[in-house]
Design a protein around this ligand. Structure first.
Ligand code: NAP
Ligand code: G4F
Length: 367
């Protein structure tokens, strides 16, 4: 009899402890979990003890390769969510009851936005309003992070760019993101929502999609080194970007939501480099010295040792309106969030090329 009472009281204590820890565990909902930042952010939040819900949109084959690569796929709970469908978003938020929502989902490729401007506006612009409306109807919580972008500066009106620099987007993507940036601010000011907008400059990693220029180059160099390719075709070699490491930037997203007062922050390294410069370093990382040669109007990158053409310029990669120069000033984030990048440009290029060399050698290129 006494044993039975003890068993019940032990079970009761266990259950109470379980409920207590369950209550204490913070929950995050990440949209765009299958993308580069989704993978790094879920890894970061899991290490902080969060329960992570990852929103994936329905496709014929869901791309969880990045989550597997970081070893987090079986540690998160996947839920189906498409930013085009408000009822779907609402049900997911009601079901998961997150403390924090990180909205990383987007049609994020600038070039595609010129061909799909309406779709891009719907997902990257109105999609954000859909989430904000739901949070508003829920009385102002959960906290909300919006993935804004340096592409909003476009034809930059000053250099470096900070939170006060006027915007001048140059692509449908940039325009859609600027709309959602201001909606995030508007909902914060109108409805007392803890909503932050991170104006993140380009951030890259070995998990970057291969359509973006850095990964296209690192993968291309690894293929050239392994005799699987001769030449990489690129567009505007003079475009300049402030490139950082994605793993550093997801920490800044989290830090923003931990502040007492919600605000907007530029996240950048404070250094800018041209595509040409990235290419030279990536080539060096596979043992190729490039020299540039103007052949008529077209620039070419030639291997000094063999005379082979490694880089050729293909104008089909040029944009109808280009963002020529981006350089971020993240001093507000450094001051208020105590955030600083840890990976410099040279290490980033090396890291990306190293990973791609290993993948190409093992025949393991999956995106
Ligand atoms: P990414 O790798 O292209 O990932 C985008 C994610 O959005 C993917 O998981 C994609 O799902 C998802 N998605 C696309 N359309 C969707 C829809 N209709 N409904 C739900 N999910 C959808 O992008 P990223 O580099 O990780 O960037 C994350 C966010 O930061 C994006 O909003 C991007 O615009 C912004 N940003 C990125 C940078 C950068 O340099 N990386 C800089 C500033 C801002 P699928 O896998 O199914 O395609
Ligand atoms: O790598 P990209 O395609 O990145 P872009 O356009 O800067 O956009 C990325 O960063 C934004 C932050 O500023 C994000 F919001 C956005 O979601 C995305 O992650 O192109 C970088 C530069 C451009 O100036 C482009 O014209 O590289 C130039 N470039 C030259 N040749 C090329 C190529 N870009 C691509 N994708 N492919 C080329 O062959």
């Amino acid at each position: 009899m006494v044993d039975t009472i003890n068993l019940w009281s032990d079970l009761y204590i266990l259950l109470s402890l379980f409920n207590y820890f369950n209550f204490m565990t913070k929950k995050a909902l990440i949209t765009g979990i299958t993308g580069q930042d989704g993978a790094y952010l879920s890894n970061f939040l899991l290490k902080k003890g969060y329960k992570v819900y990852g929103a994936v949109r329905r496709t014929s084959s869901i791309n969880t390769a990045r989550l597997s690569d970081l070893g987090v796929l079986d540690k998160i709970e996947l839920v189906t969510l498409d930013l085009s469908e408000i009822t779907n978003i609402q049900r997911v938020i009601e079901k998961t009851e997150p403390d924090e929502i990180y909205n990383l989902a987007a049609q994020s490729f600038v070039q595609t936005s010129y061909e799909q401007p309406i779709y891009t506006s719907d997902i990257d612009g109105i999609g954000v309003t859909r989430i904000l409306e739901i949070i508003r109807n829920m009385g102002g919580s959960p906290k909300f992070y919006q993935a804004s972008t340096s592409e909003m500066f476009g034809k930059a009106q000053e250099s470096p760019q900070n939170e006060k620099t006027p915007f001048y987007p140059r692509s449908p993507y940039g325009v859609a993101k600027l709309y959602s940036h201001w909606m995030t601010i508007n909902y914060r000011e109108s409805w007392d929502i803890h909503a932050c907008s991170g104006i993140l400059f380009n951030h890259e990693s070995p998990l970057r999609g291969s359509e973006f220029v850095t990964r296209k180059i690192s993968l291309g160099m690894a293929e050239i080194k392994n005799g699987k390719k001769d030449t990489i075709n690129l567009g505007n070699l003079s475009a300049e970007r402030d490139w950082g490491f994605a793993g550093d930037y997801v920490e800044a997203m989290w830090l923003m939501l931990q502040q007492k007062e919600p605000d907007d922050y530029v996240i950048a390294t404070g250094q800018t480099h041209s595509v040409r410069n990235f290419t030279e370093l990536a080539a060096k990382a596979v043992g190729i010295d490039i020299e540039w040669d103007i052949n008529g109007l077209a620039e070419r990158g030639i291997c000094k040792k063999t005379g082979k053409i490694i880089i050729s310029v293909d104008s089909s990669f040029n944009r109808p309106a280009e963002t020529e120069h981006l350089l971020g000033d993240a001093s507000k984030a450094e001051r208020e969030l105590n955030w600083k990048p840890t990976v410099n440009f040279e290490s980033l290029v090396e890291m990306m090329v190293d990973h791609d060399l290993k993948r190409v050698e093992k025949g393991l290129v999956w995106f």
